[in-house]
Design a binder for this molecule. Structure first.
Ligand SMILES: Nc1ncnc2c1ncn2[C@@H]1O[C@H](COP(=O)(O)OP(=O)(O)OP(=O)(O)O)[C@@H](O)[C@H]1O
Ligand SMILES: [Mg+2]
Length: 252
């Protein structure tokens, strides 16, 4: 069942079309991926789906409801989690606290609780969620380490953890393997499969074609803002149009 859909998405910058009439669908419990060369429109499409960017045409449908007019925060509260192409974590906070921020961001603490100095009973739920995510990402030993001391690979995991702590229904990741070692990419692949197995719909935008072909259930190939091809990883990899536009030129 589709949890997130982009229908006929078009986005222009000035007179220039960055994404043109692209339709994609992310199923609950599955991994979908968007590939394409530099400038193909991947990040623009991603921003249209998350609400960071408005659309010039088309619609975004989350869980059957049209969310096109909602901003990024409102979509996040509905269960749309994301990470950024450039890692964005709080460097002076510990790994565990970064995750806690993700857990707290999705619940609204009523003002009166703060005024009366009462703790929110849901905070305990947040703590156990953080523990589960630390274990899933194999970050338990780094829980008290300040994020700024970590490698790019670990930082990407922390950012992913923060998004997971928000208990997203769909998780969007922009180039999660960028800056990761082969071993870290291997770990990421396992994590993405585990997240999907938990029922979350995953959409990744990715340059690392091997990761995509390995982990995705469904692949969308973009070139110059248009959808060139979509299907299973094997179908897309074998599509001559895709090979011409991207795969033959991708680093091996
Ligand atoms: N804010 C912006 N203003 C003007 N043009 C933009 C803006 N963002 C993207 N573009 C243009 O839109 C096109 C698509 O860019 P986009 O960043 O979506 O590509 P991408 O597939 O994510 O590329 P990369 O692989 O380099 O991350 C490019 O031609 C880019 O120059
Ligand atoms: Mg991009």
């Amino acid at each position: 069942m589709s949890v997130l859909e982009g229908r006929g998405i078009t986005k222009r910058f000035g007179g220039r079309v960055a994404v043109e009439d692209v339709s994609i669908s992310v199923d609950a419990g599955a991994v979908a991926a968007v590939i394409g060369p530099n400038g193909a429109g991947k990040t623009t499409l991603f921003s249209c789906l998350t609400g960071a960017s408005s659309l010039d045409a088309g619609a975004v449908v989350f869980d059957g409801a049209d969310v096109t007019s909602l901003g990024a925060d409102a979509r996040a509260r509905l269960g749309l989690g994301r990470t950024f192409q450039r890692v964005s974590v709080f460097g002076s906070m510990t790994v565990a606290d970064n995750l806690l921020v993700g857990a707290e961001a999705t619940r609204r603490t009523p003002l009166w609780r703060g005024l009366l100095g009462r703790t929110d009973p849901r905070a305990a739920g947040d703590a156990s969620r953080v523990e589960r995510v630390l274990a899933l990402l194999d970050l338990e030993e780094l829980r008290d380490v300040e994020a700024r001391t970590l490698s790019t690979g670990r930082l990407r995991l922390v950012e992913l953890g923060r998004a997971l702590c928000g208990e997203p229904r769909v998780l969007l990741l922009d180039e999660p393997a960028s800056g990761l070692s082969d071993a870290e990419t291997e770990g990421l692949r396992a994590v993405l499969r585990a997240v999907a197995a938990d029922g979350v719909g995953v959409l990744l935008v990715e340059h690392d074609v091997r990761l995509v072909l390995d982990v995705a259930d469904h692949v969308y190939a973009l070139a110059q803002g248009r959808l060139l091809s979509s299907g299973t990883p094997d179908e897309v990899a074998a599509d001559p149009a895709v090979r011409r536009a991207y795969l033959d030129r991708a680093p091996s």
